[in-house]
Design a protein around this ligand. Structure first.
Ligand SMILES: N[C@@H](CCC(=O)N[C@@H](CS)C(=O)NCC(=O)O)C(=O)O
Length: 215
């Protein structure tokens, strides 16, 4: 009997979307369990699966895994479909580097500051802070520059190959460029902008578009 796959997460979460892109690219059928990690009443059951109370968690039968980079590697290894991790050591290092850059240095400025304050919070009818947007754009430049250097080197982020680097980066950039300041900032990094022009057309991104809240 096949074990069920359940993605437990919040529809607007960029990390949730990363996991969805990976599942989609691998052709894995899955159910969703909607969990809002910002709600005051996250259930005890969920906190047993994710003691830090973040999203997402992937459940495959009895097996639960949290941390999106672990989820994406697990899905890539456990299921058929296209291989999303390169075999060559140096290319593999670049993929893991991009996943880590996005997580450690990109998420906060690009998503929590720029996208949240310019796009999401206004859509949800919440107060937004221009200073957060400015600080987020300032901090994003070093991230975009580092990613652009990796794209320039070739091998990954070239719009033709497709790896977990694309799966992790694309949902972040998709949110970032919804802010006009984000879209303008990306233009200065031409290899990355070319990559985004190609990758934003992928079926997996269209299929996982989360939309915005309406207030
Ligand atoms: N390191 C975690 C980060 C996940 C994360 O931060 N998710 C956000 C939503 S995009 C969240 O759950 N935030 C809830 C909070 O900050 O309390 C991962 O890779 O899964």
């Amino acid at each position: 009997m096949e074990h069920s796959v359940i993605l437990r997460g919040y529809r607007y979460s960029v990390y949730n979307r990363i996991a969805r892109v990976v599942l989609h690219e691998k052709g894995v059928a899955y159910e969703t369990d909607e969990i809002d990690p910002f709600a005051p009443d996250v259930s005890e059951d969920y906190l047993k699966r994710h003691p830090f109370g973040r999203v997402p968690v992937l459940s495959h039968g009895e097996f639960d895994v949290f941390e999106t980079s672990a989820i994406s590697r697990y899905v890539n290894a456990a299921f058929g479909g296209p291989e999303l991790m390169p075999a060559k050591a140096k290319t593999l290092a670049r993929v893991t580097q991009v996943v880590s850059i996005v997580d450690s240095y990109g998420y906060r400025p690009m998503v929590r500051q720029v996208f949240a304050h310019r796009v999401f919070r206004p859509a949800a009818g919440e107060w937004a802070d221009e200073a957060e947007i400015r600080a987020g754009i300032d901090a994003s430049h070093v991230v975009l520059s580092a990613l652009n250097s990796i794209a320039k080197e070739g091998g990954i982020l070239d719009g033709q190959s497709f790896t977990l680097a694309d799966c992790h980066l694309a949902p972040m950039i998709a949110y970032f460029v919804q802010a006009r300041e984000g879209a303008n900032a990306l233009k200065a990094y031409s290899k990355l902008a070319d990559w985004w022009a190609a990758v934003s057309q992928r079926e997996s991104l269209h299929a996982t578009e989360p939309g915005l809240p309406s207030n």
